[in-house]
Design a protein around this ligand. Structure first.
Ligand SMILES: NC(=O)c1ccc[n+]([C@@H]2O[C@H](COP(=O)([O-])OP(=O)(O)OC[C@H]3O[C@@H](n4cnc5c(N)ncnc54)[C@H](OP(=O)(O)O)[C@@H]3O)[C@@H](O)[C@H]2O)c1
Length: 393
């Protein structure tokens, strides 16, 4: 686990532009620090300057310095790229963190609501020591999202890729539950929390010196009614967005985006439609201006993850073999992690505005979204209402 001393060190990794004139290789506290892309070392010499910043970071949100690779031949060195993954404490997020850190080219910030669980998970899958940092983030609290952004900035780490992966799913809930700000919990966590996070971190991504700066929002087949899986009731449908406009509070507005009666499975699917619409709206508004690639994906049916934790036990027992042997849509957590890691880092998946999927032979392709999940007018409206709900307007 990182310490406040690490924080002090991390806060010495200052903004790239200030340091463009420094040499491309330097040593600090025994670490080799090297250029990140074209610009150079992120370091300043005076430890005392960082003290105030370091102590302001919450104890459960500490950060380690970004490491560098130093190949055995000692000839070339390379700074690791930096990627934030929300919900990296299990399932797809954890498997992606593993795939990225094992490549030796990435430092992963595990943005998780349960610090200890994330630390244990990282150790249980053997994430290489020093290749990751756990930072606290509860997407069901907009205050926590803002605090996370402050903590991340205080760490001094650059941001090359943001992966909005975390999600909750309440298929058997009879009654809605609500976030800190009083929004229905699945849309609050899966969409609104990520919407605020991505909007705030856009300027950090823009500063990335990487040629492959990316913002990825994990989508799902279940939100796409142009598929067999997306046609299993209850189907995703955002309607005229009257519930979302009303604040999804279940008091003077429906907890459902379309204004209907609460249905936990539908709320999840609707939130995934919002994820895919948001990715496209980001692409239209910011791709040309910033060079950031905005993408989404369906990683496959990862039937063993914690996503299904609140489903009935019989479902959890039968779902994996059903997907494996009947639909043949089953994807292991390891394989799904490799897929998302591809979207993070593979140069051939750098196109913006794409919803990626994979064939059975694990080759990627640009998938087609449903009519609703690609509706530009709806994307604009979801964007504008979400801005109001998260306080960005
Ligand atoms: N499993 C599938 O078949 C499948 C298919 C298509 C798409 N997906 C998508 O894949 C992504 C990952 O899901 P998964 O299957 O890997 O499920 P998972 O194992 O349950 O992982 C979800 C992660 O989200 C985190 N999380 C939940 N609420 C949070 C909050 N308020 N703040 C911060 N983190 C929170 C969880 O944290 P805790 O560990 O603390 O609970 C967990 O780390 C989701 O976007 C899901 O929609 C999954």
């Amino acid at each position: 686990m990182a310490t406040l001393a690490n924080c002090a060190a991390a806060s010495h990794l200052v903004a790239k532009e200030k340091l463009a004139s420094l040499s491309t290789e330097s040593t600090f506290l025994g670490l080799q620090l090297h250029g990140h892309g074209q610009n150079a070392v992120r370091m300043i010499n005076k430890v005392s300057k960082s003290h105030a910043i370091a102590t302001s970071i919450r104890a459960n949100a500490v950060a380690a310095p970004v490491e560098t690779l130093k190949p055995a031949d000692g000839k070339k060195t390379m700074t690791k790229s930096s990627c934030i993954i929300t919900g990296a404490s299990s399932g797809l997020g954890l498997a992606t963190a593993k795939a990225l850190t094992e490549s030796g080219e990435w430092h992963v910030v595990m943005a998780c609501r349960d610090f200890l669980k994330a630390e244990k998970a990282a150790k249980s899958v053997g994430l290489p020591k020093g290749s990751y940092t756990v930072m606290h983030l509860d997407l069901a609290s907009l205050e926590s999202v803002r605090q996370f952004v402050t903590n991340f900035r205080n760490s001094g780490m650059p941001l090359d890729v943001l992966v909005c992966n975390a999600a909750v799913y309440f298929p058997t809930a009879k009654e809605p539950t609500f976030s800190a700000e009083g929004f229905e919990l699945s849309v609050a966590t899966n969409h609104l929390g990520h919407f605020l996070l991505a909007r705030l971190l856009l300027e950090d991504l823009e500063k990335s010196q990487s040629k492959a700066k990316r913002l990825i929002i994990v989508g799902s087949i279940t939100g796409n009614t142009n598929t067999l899986a997306g046609n299993i009731p209850p189907k995703a449908n955002l309607g005229d967005l009257r519930g979302l406009s009303g604040g999804l509070n279940g008091v003077n507005a429906s907890p459902m985006i379309d204004g209907g009666a609460f249905d936990g499975a539908k709320a999840y699917k609707d939130s995934k439609v919002c994820n895919m619409l948001t990715m496209q709206e980001f692409h239209r508004r910011y791709h040309e201006k910033t060079g950031i690639a905005f993408t989404s994906l369906y990683p496959g049916c990862i039937a063993t993850t914690g996503l299904f934790r609140s489903h009935i036990p019989l479902f959890r027992t039968l779902f994996p073999p059903f997907q494996k042997y009947i639909t043949k849509g089953f994807v292991s957590e390891e394989e799904s992690g490799k897929r998302l890691a591809q979207v993070v880092s593979d140069p051939s998946l750098s196109k913006s505005g794409v919803y990626w999927s994979w064939n059975n032979d694990s080759s990627s392709f640009e998938n087609v979204l449903s009519e609703e999940a690609s509706n530009q007018d709806k994307a604009k409206k979801v964007w504008e209402i979400s801005e109001k709900l998260v306080g960005l307007e």
